[in-house]
Structure formats: structure tokens, C-alpha cells
Write a protein that binds this ligand. Structure first.
Ligand code: PBG
Length: 324
């Protein structure tokens, strides 16, 4: 045998030398859930270790994470039911607690990259990402609200806008609104291939944002489809997206690879709430080694082609690898 692949696996030093993929905290965006009460802290039942935090607590958390090398955060609001309405008006109200909190976060940590979601579901009494009329999710009418929401976020100083709504034409619409108002430097990370997935369950628990009626299948993609992701990606590129995201990550590694092979833009993957919950639950039961399966999972997402990973594991990863 003159080829023995095991020679390159013979010691830790050699293994590390030939390692093809490395995950670091630079790759992460850490999703955070914001509560209205500034000092509140409530764990998400289906995501042990992940908390909904009030502004003061979130500021502390960001400070700790920055020290651990996590530089980017995606902040989602937990909107109490009485603020929700058909038109999702709080989504673009600069005096709402969410927008005010974002402003404070940006002023305390100008160096952090702050991302926000653009979709109606946390603010909308229907719990859908778009406006609902007679049971139908309206596309073009929704764009107007998305534009207002994105503009309100840009005015606060948000670095990356993340349209997660899956309406057609949203990236172009938002890009134009931002540019017309002088926000040419605000980035758009489009949720390009966002599937109608059951893995979002714990997130909807965290935000209490599940649809009141029906499902999201008329706008989010069918999990059976891969080529359709190319249609979405072509449109996003044409419309001016700076990043293409695939969501969820684990059951869609083929889609991450497909986009990576076809586009030069950075590819992001959202390692979603249900994926976090699966590992946590099995780890807590002692059925899996949580730390090792977490590392392996993140590695698989990067290996598939993700340049950026939105993950609830970000802080645990940072703590585990600190000093290594
Ligand atoms: C809102 C949104 C969702 C997630 C991110 N933005 C839920 C959904 O579309 O129903 C899911 C994130 C996760 O599960 O971690 N449109």
C-alpha cells in the first residue's frame, strides 16, 4: 500500500494541520430575544439555556459575548399580544420599546454588527409574515409595510436588515426604500431559501408568534424543493442582496452547498430553534454528548458552505473553545 490515509490522522498535531474546515466565533450571528420589561429574564421552555431578556439584561449579554469574540447579533422582539394589530403598526413605530432598545444597543456597542428581522409575524394579530385578507397572505400590499419597517430599523443604525417574510420582490423594494433615504450602506441579508419547516416551533414559542390560522406554505418554500432555491437566489442577487441565507440549516445542507457552488456572495445558514432544541433535549437526557454534537453540527454547516452561521449555540461554543 503506498497510499495510507491514516498517516494524516496519526496525531492531534497532524490532524489539526490537515483540517479542512474551522469554525470560529467570527462566523456567528447570535440571535437574542428582547422583552419589554428592562430587567426581565425568562427562559424559553423548549430552548433550555436560551432566555428572553429585557434591555438591561441584553446589554449585559452583548457585552459578555463581545468579550468572547462574538461580534454580531440578531435581535428579535417578544411583542405582547395587546400591541398586535392587523397592520403590524408597531413594526415601524420608532417609539415602540423594540426600536428604542435597538437604538440603545447600537449606541452602547457601535462596534457590534446588529441585525434585525423584517417580517410582520411578531407584530401582526394574524401571526403571519404578511398582511392577511380573507385568509390570503397579500404580497404587494405587504411590501409597503416591510419597507417602512426596514427604514425604521435603518434610521436606528441597524447594520444588516434580514427580510425573513418570503414575499416576492421584497429585496428590491427594501433596497430602493433604503437607498432613496440615504441608507446605501445598510446591508440586506435575504432569507433566500426559507422553508416551511417544523423546526421553527421553539422560536414561535419564544416570541409567541405562531400563525393564528393556517400555515406558511403559500410563502415559505416546500421542503421537497432544491432547484427552486436557485430561482429565489437569482432574484435576490438581481434585487441587491448582500448575503443569501438558507434556513433551516441541518436538513438543508444540500441547499447550502448548492448556493455556495453557484454564487460568489457570502452564504449564511440559520441553525434554527428546533435544531438547537433537539441537541439540548438529547444532551439533557444523557443520550448524546451535547458539546461534541454541537461542535460537529456547526462544523457540518460550515463544511457544506456556510460563511455565516446564525446559531443559538454561539455563546456555548465560545465558552467551550475559549483559549483553545
Ligand atoms: C419570522 C422568523 C421565524 C424565524 C426567524 N424569523 C419564524 C417563522 O418564519 O415562522 C425562525 C427562527 C428559528 O426557528 O430559530 N419570520
Amino acid at each position: 500500500m503506498n497510499i495510507r490515509p491514516r498517516r494524516n490522522r496519526k496525531s492531534e498535531a497532524v490532524r489539526r494541520m490537515v483540517e479542512e474546515t474551522k469554525v470560529t466565533t467570527d462566523d456567528f450571528i447570535f440571535p437574542l430575544f428582547l422583552l419589554e420589561g428592562a430587567n426581565d429574564k425568562i427562559e424559553v421552555d423548549s430552548m433550555p439555556g436560551i432566555y428572553r431578556l429585557g434591555l438591561e439584561k441584553i446589554l449585559k449579554e452583548i457585552e459578555v459575548c463581545l468579550k468572547l469574540g462574538i461580534n454580531a447579533f440578531d435581535v428579535f422582539p417578544v411583542v405582547p399580544e395587546h400591541y398586535k394589530d392587523k397592520a403590524a403598526t408597531k413594526s415601524f413605530d420608532p417609539n415602540f420599546f423594540y426600536q428604542k432598545a435597538l437604538k440603545r444597543i447600537k449606541s452602547e456597542f457601535p462596534e457590534a454588527a446588529i441585525m434585525t428581522d423584517v417580517a410582520l409575524d411578531p407584530y401582526n394579530s394574524d401571526g403571519h409574515d404578511g398582511l392577511v385578507k380573507n385568509g390570503e397572505i397579500l404580497n404587494d400590499e405587504t411590501l409597503e409595510v416591510l419597507g417602512k419597517m426596514a427604514l425604521a430599523q435603518a434610521e436606528i443604525g441597524i447594520d444588516i436588515i434580514g427580510p425573513s417574510d418570503m414575499m416576492d420582490g421584497r429585496v428590491a423594494y427594501i433596497r430602493e426604500v433604503l437607498d432613496d433615504n440615504g441608507f446605501t450602506n445598510v446591508s440586506i441579508m435575504s432569507y433566500t431559501a426559507k422553508y416551511a419547516s417544523a423546526f421553527y416551533g421553539p422560536f414561535r414559542d419564544a416570541l409567541d408568534s405562531a400563525p393564528k390560522k393556517g400555515d406558511k406554505k403559500t410563502y415559505q418554500m416546500n421542503p421537497a424543493n432544491q432547484r427552486e432555491a436557485l430561482i429565489e437566489a437569482d432574484l435576490d442577487i438581481e434585487e441587491g442582496a448582500d448575503f443569501l441565507m438558507v434556513k433551516p440549516a441541518l436538513a438543508y445542507l444540500d441547499v447550502i452547498k448548492l448556493l455556495k457552488d453557484n454564487y460568489a456572495q457570502p452564504i449564511a445558514a440559520y441553525n434554527v430553534s428546533g435544531e438547537y432544541a433537539m441537541l439540548k433535549a438529547a444532551g439533557m437526557k444523557g443520550w448524546l454528548d451535547y458539546d461534541r454534537t454541537m461542535m460537529e453540527t456547526l462544523l457540518s454547516i460550515k463544511r457544506a458552505g456556510a460563511d455565516v452561521i446564525l446559531t443559538y449555540h454561539a455563546k456555548e461554543f465560545a465558552l467551550l473553545t475559549k483559549g483553545k
